[in-house]
Design a binder for this molecule. Sequence first.
Ligand code: PLP
Length: 406
Amino acid sequence: MSILNNEFRSEFPVLDQLVYGKRLAYLDSAATTLKPKAVIDSINHYYSKGTANVHRGIYFLSDEATNKFELTRQKMTKFINAKTYKEVIFTTGTTNSVNLVAQTYVRSFLKEGDEILLSQMEHHSNIVPWQLVAEEKKLKIKVIPINEKGELLVDEYKKLFTEKTKFVSVTYVSNALGTINPVKELIRIAHDHNAKIFIDAAQAMTHFKVDVQDLDCDFLGFSGHKMFGPTGIGILYGKESLLEMMPPYQGGGEMIDTVTFEKTTFNDLPHKFEAGTPPIASVIALGEAVSFIEKVTHAKIHEIETELLQYATSELSKIDGLRLIGTAAKKTSVCSFYLRDIHPHDVAALTDKEGIAIRTGHHCAQPLMKFFGVPATARASLAFYNDKADIDQLITSLHKVIKLFG
Ligand code: PLP
């Protein structure tokens, strides 16, 4: 059983330490994943040996930085199977990718009275940007309902479409529940109704292969730090034809072709959407994260995470009075739970002292918490570098919490 003796743990230096004198059980990968040595080394190399700005210099270091920077775009193009590198825009993360599309595509092409569909399980990042533009443009937001297991109701989704529905944005995987949504079907249905669709893939990239051509999504966004890469870097994928017709998001250097005080013309894709000096070290290191995932393989990740999820679910279910929140038939390795009537913050404060990193709160999904009638949950989210000992450490600690609260 690979979760007994996980060969990948040693690739992640963070795991090689004690917290409060205890073995670190990092169970918060849905918030941010740990970084493998290759990613850390890449950042270190850029700042210690390779510092230069990109696209602007003709000297050695600038050339090298530019090549490595654009290599990440090529790797990413292949990784998500985009048709061309022009469809891969560097952003600062999922949130930024959503805001970009809201403030360019939706702001420019939707009219008063048009409708946007979002689901009950969205992260605030996939709610608020649409609300901001909806308020300004007088658009209507409608919500796709879910069931008690945390699964999206596809039949209800179909019923929400009217001739005014022009845009849909849904998450591929729920950060709070782990639910994997049937996005290919959701995309087909949106297109049957002539609506464009954005897929929030923040929680998808680490777990399985995402193929934008197979999905046929119009836009897709994700964050580097949730796929073993650095913070501050993310991707917006968009179909070339749509990106071409969209106005720029932010103005500045790099995104222009010519500038006079009378008129500015804009750079070609993808640079039209990349104003200013980008986070160069982070982009280059994101390329290392992609190579790392490819080396480990999605098949291996799936195998380990399936075992971890089964074991964690079965052990948590044995605890009297523990309510698992999010029991979809198809889910990633996320276990959200509520323990008796103990506030999740108390649970996490006590497990923390045992060296366990779990997240508590509304997980930036307040409408979802409202649906389940809880103010917050405790969430253990597992990645392929976790092992059985991490889960056992959590279970032992939860029993101590119960004892303490009587
Ligand atoms: N969407 C989902 C499903 C997420 O889980 C997150 C982060 O937790 C985001 C969007 C926002 O990602 P970021 O904060 O990296 O922009």
